[in-house]
Design a protein around this ligand. Structure first.
Ligand SMILES: C[S@@+](CC[C@H](N)C(=O)[O-])C[C@H]1O[C@@H](n2cnc3c(N)ncnc32)[C@H](O)[C@@H]1O
Length: 215
């Protein structure tokens, strides 16, 4: 039998310490959440670094994000695209969008990031003129994931990548725990795993990243 490593907090801390270092700018964006009374629900640095790596690997130039908050994940993504790349990020809260715009300006990325405010379900069908997107990151309402999945499939080419945050929901997907959100995430993961149009996998960065590549 080959050796496997246990999935412990120490292992996560070891990986994060080596590969997910937050610099001053990212730390300030994270801190801007508490300063402005926003929910402190940005992705972990470990997942930010992992998304950054995925964007680099896929050589993405055009990125779409659903769920901006204050722009923490947006900046991890934006730093991985070339200068002539474009990131469109969707946020329904006007307050979150205002803080995110301030953070993008302070980071010097406002020319590469287009923030659209509104309900993702309604905005996605209007994005055809900007398509195809090479890489999409989804971190908004979990009930919306199946709808976003269907809508995004029309906006990405063969080889396009989608990453969904919270695929493990604190680890409870693997336990006998039930409720509307956890059951929805489980069903969504199963649906993606069974979809013959894609290859997919979950990597346990942060709260779990479901990575999907369209065949
Ligand atoms: C978990 S936070 C995003 C965190 C961000 N990705 C980060 O790591 O920095 C989710 C965000 O999605 C937004 N959101 C939730 N449902 C949405 C919807 N239906 N359409 C657009 N935005 C939505 C929320 O207002 C919130 O700011």
């Amino acid at each position: 039998m080959s050796q496997t490593s246990p999935d412990t907090p120490e292992i996560h801390r070891y990986i994060a310490h080596l590969f997910a270092r937050e610099d001053t700018l990212l730390r300030q964006v994270r801190e801007s959440l508490a300063e402005h009374g926003l929910p402190e629900i940005a992705i972990e640095p470990e997942e930010g670094a992992f998304l950054h790596l995925l964007v680099k690997l896929s050589r993405a130039r055009r990125i779409l994000e659903i769920g901006t908050l204050a722009g923490y994940s947006t900046l991890w993504l934006a730093r991985a695209v070339p200068k002539d790349g474009l990131i469109i990020t969707i946020e329904k809260s006007l307050l979150h969008a205002k803080i995110a715009r301030q953070n993008f300006r302070a980071a010097g990325f406002e020319d590469r990031i287009l923030l659209l405010t509104g309900e993702a379900r309604q905005l996605l069908p209007k994005l055809t003129p900007y398509a195809p997107f090479d890489f999409v990151f989804v971190d908004a309402d979990k009930e919306g994931y199946p709808t976003y999945y269907a809508q995004i499939m029309d906006l990405i080419p063969s080889g396009g990548v989608i990453a969904f945050h919270n695929a493990l929901w604190g680890g409870s997907v693997a336990l006998d725990i039930h409720g509307p959100v956890i059951d929805g995430i489980r069903e969504f993961n199963q649906m993606v795993a069974d979809d013959p149009r894609v290859v997919s996998h979950i990597y346990p960065a942060g709260d779990g990243t479901l990575i999907v590549v369209k065949r």
